[in-house]
Structures are given as structure tokens and as C-alpha cells.
Design a protein around this ligand. Structure first.
Ligand code: DGL
Length: 293
């Protein structure tokens, strides 16, 4: 039997739209409700308690909208709270760390992977553990890059300011690069990675700049595609597919897509249109109660 209920997708801001975009590509028959907590982003520089409280409140709001599965399209929330979310909701809850870790473990040839993410994600070592679970022989070099999320939330994806910020963020991990993309001595230990995992859903929006800085010998991997595939499989296994019509059943309804933001809907809409084209037109504001800090 088909299940037409939407999938709930959550991020601290617009970064999770990189995951939503892949979900729409992979599962075009599914409806979605996205919630971006733009008012309180960035999460990655907050305490674990704050990340957990804000994420839980946002996910509760999605569950109230009768979603059939939750995608935590935020590495920071996944790193801090995936266990807690799974205990709280009677729904399949998918995070972005395992799919990303698995994609990186499959991509590396020299078994050296660099991970860039927010300070809270790096502090949790969730990627380190997840990559080691995939292949204990892989060396994992983790590096916090707190300046990148504010760039994306401001829509600054190119130009000298964004370029300088990406160079400054990556150099401690990868070293300075010469014209051939080789790291210049003295090289930091992470300079030998052949795979760089973008451990924050905002970072794929800076991918052209990150690729330019990392050079041609480093494969750039993110969790969006792997998460969308894992979701499709999860829906199928759990009989939650919107398009799995059986004989005699009405054809599946046309999917709907709603984006909710705790911030300014007009700003969210403008930013989403600039980042993704016209893909996300239906934006509304959602109020979440103010939590004591
Ligand atoms: N997109 C979130 C992540 O994947 C960004 C975190 C933040 O708001 O700092 O970690």
C-alpha cells in the first residue's frame, strides 16, 4: 500500500536543502516538509545541550505535521543527537553521518580521509568512529571549519572573501598547494589525504571553491547522495513508499513540498532561489517556543 505522508527533513538552516535536492531527485514521487532553524543557526558553534534542545524542538514540529520518516540533514544534530532522536520518535530517523562515512570509505584509495565539519561535529568524533567502523585501516584527519556555515547562510559562495575564507579554513588540514595541486612543505599530516569528506550539509554549496583549494588529486565527497539512497531503501523496506501502489488502488497523489523556516521566509526564499534556482518556491514561517539557555 502506498503511504502519501511527507518526509520530514531538518537542518539548522539552508544547508539541508543540499540533501533535500538529492531526495527530490532520487524519490520524485515523495512529498516533503523541510524545516530550517535559520533563526538559531549556526548550530555548530553551540553547546551539545543547545544543539540537542533546538533539534528536538524542530523535529517535534515536523512530527506534529504527520511525517512518515525523519531525515536529520544536519551533521551537527546527527553527531550530537541521533541516538536520542531514535529513542524519542516511533518513526524511522535517518542521519547524514553514516551515509557520508560510508561514501568516503568507499572513495579513498590510499586509506587517508580528511573530514571538515563544524566544531560540534568534530568534537563528537562521530565521523572518526563511523569511518573506522567502515574500515579500521583508514586514517581519519578531522578539522573544524567554523567560518564556512556563516558564509553560506549569508549567500557568499564566490568572490575574494569566500575564496580567502576557504583557503584559510583548509590550509591547516591540507597544507598550502602549489600550481600542480601538490602540498608545499612542511606538510601537515592531513595533507596526504586523497579524499575530503564535507561533513556539514552547508559545505557542498562551496564545493567549487573547496575543489579548487584541495586540488585535483583529492576526491570531494558529501553525504547528500548517499543519504537520499539510504532513504529510498528505508522507505522501501518499511513499506512507506508513496508510489508503491497495489492493484485496484488510486494512482499516487502529486507530491507536495513545503519549506518552513524559523527565520524570515522571504530571506529564506531568496537565498534558496539563489543557491538552488527555483526548486523551493513554497516557504512559510514557523514559530518555535523560545527555550531557556
Ligand atoms: N548543516 C549543518 C551541519 O551539517 C550546519 C551546522 C550549523 O548550523 O553550524 O552540520
Amino acid at each position: 500500500m502506498a503511504d502519501p505522508r511527507p518526509i520530514g527533513v531538518f537542518d539548522s538552516g539552508v544547508g539541508g536543502l543540499t540533501v533535500l535536492r538529492e531526495i527530490l531527485r532520487r524519490s520524485p514521487g515523495e512529498s516533503t516538509v523541510y524545516l530550517g532553524d535559520n533563526l538559531r543557526a549556526p548550530y555548530g558553534v553551540r553547546t551539545d545541550d543547545e544543539v540537542l534542545a533546538f533539534s528536538t524542538q524542530s523535529l517535534d514540529a515536523l512530527v506534529e505535521r504527520d511525517v512518515k520518516a525523519l531525515v536529520v540533514a544536519c551533521n551537527t544534530s546527527t553527531a550530537v543527537g541521533i541516538g536520542s532522536f531514535r529513542r524519542r520518535y516511533d518513526l524511522p530517523v535517518l542521519g547524514v553521518i553514516r551515509p557520508g562515512a560510508s561514501a568516503a570509505a568507499l572513495a579513498t584509495r590510499n586509506r587517508r580521509v580528511g573530514v571538515i565539519a563544524t566544531p560540534a561535529t568534530i568534537r563528537s568524533h562521530a565521523y572518526f568512529s563511523a569511518i573506522k567502523d567502515e574500515n579500521p585501516a583508514i586514517e581519519v584527519y578531522e578539522h573544524a571549519t567554523p567560518t564556512l556555515v556563516p558564509l553560506v547562510e549569508a549567500g557568499d559562495l564566490r568572490g575574494p572573501v569566500a575564496e580567502a575564507a576557504v583557503v584559510e579554513a583548509l590550509t591547516p588540514l591540507l597544507g598550502e598547494r602549489d600550481a600542480d595541486g601538490e602540498s608545499i612543505f612542511p606538510r601537515p599530516s592531513g595533507a596526504t589525504v586523497d579524499t575530503l569528506l564535507l561533513g556539514c550539509t552547508h559545505y557542498p554549496l562551496l564545493r567549487p571553491l573547496i575543489e579548487a583549494v584541495a586540488g585535483q588529486h583529492v576526491a570531494i565527497v558529501d553525504s547528500a547522495t548517499a543519504t537520499a539512497s539510504a532513504l529510498a531503501e528505508l522507505l522501501d523496506i518499511n513499506g512507506l513508499d508513496a508510489t508503491a501502489a497495489s492493484i485496484g488502488e488510486a494512482p499516487p497523489a502529486t507530491p507536495t513540498h513545503l519549506q518552513l523556516t524559523t527565520g524570515d521566509p522571504e530571506r529564506f526564499h531568496d537565498l534558496a532561489s539563489r543557491l538552488f534556482g527555483a526548486a523551493f518556491p513554497d516557504v512559510a514561517r514557523i514559530e518555535l517556543a523560545v527555550l531557556a539557555r
